[in-house]
Write a protein that binds this ligand. Structure first.
Ligand SMILES: N[C@@H](CCC(=O)N[C@@H](CS)C(=O)NCC(=O)O)C(=O)O
Length: 210
């Protein structure tokens, strides 16, 4: 019987990546909420396990390990469960996972900051990140027009990392429906039981339809 993994998170795309993964691999876990609006991430105790003051973090007491950073956590859990990270396809999965870490997450995150949370403060910022986000939708759509999932024929941690960002599509005012293959991928993943459960890990509700 596996020991319970503690997930420190907030109800954000980076948090949901890990709850979805934990549901997918069926590992027992409990969620400790980190309230970013109250500054919990800057508390001394939290910085000990998350040096950049970011969620998500996991504590795996079975292996006496704390891991910060969603990419590292996904790889760790995939290796631990032997799921969604086929070593024969590793370099492909890594490429798409790192593209999420370096591009999809941080850039769409900036778009949220300018367009969703600080509308009217910077026309330049809103326009810049709107264009970048639209380009990312196109890049992902192009990839998914020739590949069922991001790293090939199978669902992997690259999809688990990317999907929660597209699940914020209603904030983006781009129109997910206009991107046929991205939309199909989004809907296929949205139907997975683990995704439905993991998405709602902090009571955030139902997955938004395209
Ligand atoms: N590269 C990190 C990024 C994590 C991240 O940006 N987390 C955000 C929430 S989605 C956060 O904790 N923000 C708190 C802050 O910036 O103060 C990862 O993939 O885990």
């Amino acid at each position: 019987m596996l020991k319970v993994i503690e997930l420190f998170a907030s109800d954000t795309p980076n948090g949901k990546k890990i709850s979805i993964m934990l549901e997918e691999i069926n590992f027992p876990y409990k969620v400790t909420s980190v309230d970013l609006s109250k500054g919990d991430q800057f508390k001394e105790e939290f910085i000990k396990i998350s040096p950049f003051s970011k969620i998500p973090v996991i504590k795996d007491s079975e292996n006496s390990k704390n891991i910060f950073g969603s990419g590292a956590i996904l790889i760790y859990l995939a290796e631990r469960s032997q799921k969604f990270y086929d070593q024969k396809n590793k370099s492909n999965i890594d490429q798409w996972l790192m593209a999420q870490m370096g591009l999809v997450g941080p850039l769409i995150g900036q778009y949220h900051s300018f367009y969703r949370f600080n509308k009217g403060k910077s026309k330049y910022g809103e326009e810049r990140y709107f264009k970048i986000t639209k380009d990312l939708y196109k890049n992902l759509n192009d990839r998914l027009s020739v590949s069922k999932y991001l790293a090939g024929e199978n669902y992997t941690i690259a999809d688990i990392a990317t999907w929660p960002w597209i699940a914020r599509h209603q904030w983006h005012d781009i129109g997910l429906n206009k991107y046929r293959d991205l939309c199909k991928w989004y809907e296929t993943i949205s139907e997975r039981e683990a995704v439905i459960k993991g998405y709602n890990f902090m009571g955030g509700g139902k997955i938004p339809k395209p």
